[in-house]
Design a protein around this ligand. Structure first.
Ligand code: GLN
Length: 453
């Protein structure tokens, strides 16, 4: 813990942490020492972790990357972080993120951009770590924690993991409890870990996951031994390569890494075959209706009365307006407006209901692939390597939304998806491959990822 706190102090330029909690870290580490000395070590005893600032932490300011939650001190602990502390992990601090997890580059945070520890060959250009879990990915990549919690609504674990050469898994919807995690789009949000190895991810997810009656969408299923699954191999498995992911303009480098990943799985005893997921092209537009719709509803609670920031007004409506105008950033306001529009009378059927129908078709594509004997699906994790700060999305937000073309289908279908480093591009930047699994079969993803890693 002490070594990590020292490293964090030296790496403040990355802006990975919004809040460092050294006193708490050292107190937790001391308890860990006592447990270890007594021969009573718990599964994660003394392991220093960073926590995405979307997870409520008891008595520790939780901002969701937004000014509107400035100074908000939850009087409860999220289910996921509670599970980690139960198993002996140590909290180093709260990690930066895109505001309310809306973004793909960590440039929408009210607490400043996160800078990736990576650079292109012979270049000083500062690069994004991806988002929204950019603080988590940058901190893990820069050794500012041994692992981090993250969340993924449309790619926010897998995309930053891919851009920073780390491993991230979004488990099946319902594997981790959402209780105490600030909501973005409740039917898509899932927590998961980012770590430096597949095995570390398996161990962390084993602790984070599990039934919780306080979240009615949390599955009442036992948590498998994910760590044991890591070394299981892929002999006899059938891996699908969806042809719809071969999108126009995909770089030859990404195509080559994708082919190489398929070869590695083949060499390890898997069968690889092409499959079709025909509704893939509709996932991104449908997501950008469903996610903002749910976000506009979830964000209605920030009214200046119950949490964080309050800006006075001439009457109560004026106070709401002033608080929300000052507290929310541009991207969040954009999502609230889109969401309110698609849910409004007259447009609801044309947009929201249609997007939900597309969601069903996407889910069916995957069900058919799995019914035909496919055990897991291999795709690239992102359409490109990390880009420069300020380089994308300032003119046209869709440019940024396109970062998630390969990851969003997984959230729409509620499936598990894992991103594993697959190699470096010609600029020396990491690229990732994504593995998609059957519902509640994260084990196969860990086994296959270990072969590629
Ligand atoms: N980039 C996507 C969005 O902005 C996904 C974010 C996420 O997964 N939290 O909605």
């Amino acid at each position: 813990a002490r070594a990590h706190l020292a490293a964090m102090e030296k790496a403040r330029g990355l802006n990975a942490y919004i809040l460092e909690t050294p006193e708490r870290a050292l107190a937790m580490a001391e308890v860990a020492d006592t447990k270890i000395a007594a021969g009573e070590a718990r599964p994660l005893e003394g392991i220093p972790l960073g926590i995405k600032d979307l997870f409520c932490t008891h008595g520790v300011v939780t901002t969701a990357g937004s000014k509107i939650l400035e100074g908000f001190q939850p009087h409860y602990e999220s289910a996921v972080t509670h599970n980690l502390w139960r198993d002996g992990a140590v909290m180093l601090g709260k990690l930066n993120l895109d505001e309310f997890a809306m973004g793909s580059s960590n440039e929408t945070s009210a607490y400043g951009d996160v800078v990736s520890p990576w650079r292109r060959n012979k270049s000083d250009t500062k690069l994004v770590p991806g988002g929204s879990s950019g603080g988590s990915a940058a901190a893990v990549a820069a050794h500012l924690c041994l692992g981090a919690t993250a969340t993924d609504t449309g790619g926010s674990i897998r995309q930053p993991a891919a851009l920073t050469g780390t491993v991230g898994i979004k488990p099946t919807y319902g594997r981790c409890s959402r209780w105490g995690t600030v909501a973005y789009a409740s039917s898509l949000d899932q927590a998961g870990p980012i770590a430096r190895t597949v095995r570390d991810c398996a161990i962390l997810l084993g602790s984070m996951a599990g039934p919780d009656a306080r979240d009615t969408t949390c599955a009442d299923l036992p948590v498998p031994d994910f760590e044991a699954a890591v070394s299981r191999g892929v002999k006899g498995l059938t891996i699908g390569i969806p042809k719809e992911y071969r999108v126009d303009g995909m770089s030859a480098e990404i195509q080559a890494l994708w082919d190489r990943g398929a070869e590695m799985l083949k060499d390890a005893g898997a069968t690889v075959r092409e499959i079709s997921l025909p509704h893939t092209p509709y996932a991104l537009p449908a997501y950008y209706i469903v996610a903002p719709a749910e976000a506009s509803s979830n964000l209605a609670r920030y009214d200046g009365v119950r949490y964080g920031l309050r800006v006075p007004g001439k009457d109560i409506a004026g106070m709401y307006e002033n608080t929300r105008a000052a507290g929310f950033g541009r991207e969040v306001k954009r999502r609230i407006m889109i969401g309110t529009y698609v849910l409004s009378a007259g447009y609801y059927d044309a947009y929201y209901v249609r997007a939900q129908k597309i969601r069903t078709l996407i889910k069916r594509d995957f069900e058919e692939a799995y019914a035909s004997g496919i055990d897991a699906i291999l795709t690239p994790a992102t359409p490109s390597a990390a880009f420069g700060l300020g380089e994308k999305g300032s003119g046209d937000p869709v440019e940024m939304y396109l970062q998630d073309v390969f990851t969003i289908t997984v959230n729409m279908a509620g499936l598990p998806g894992l991103s594993v480093p697959a190699g470096l591009d010609a600029q020396g930047l990491p690229l990732g491959l994504q593995l998609i699994g059957r519902p509640f079969d994260e084990e196969t993803l860990f086994a296959a990822a270990q072969v590629i890693e």
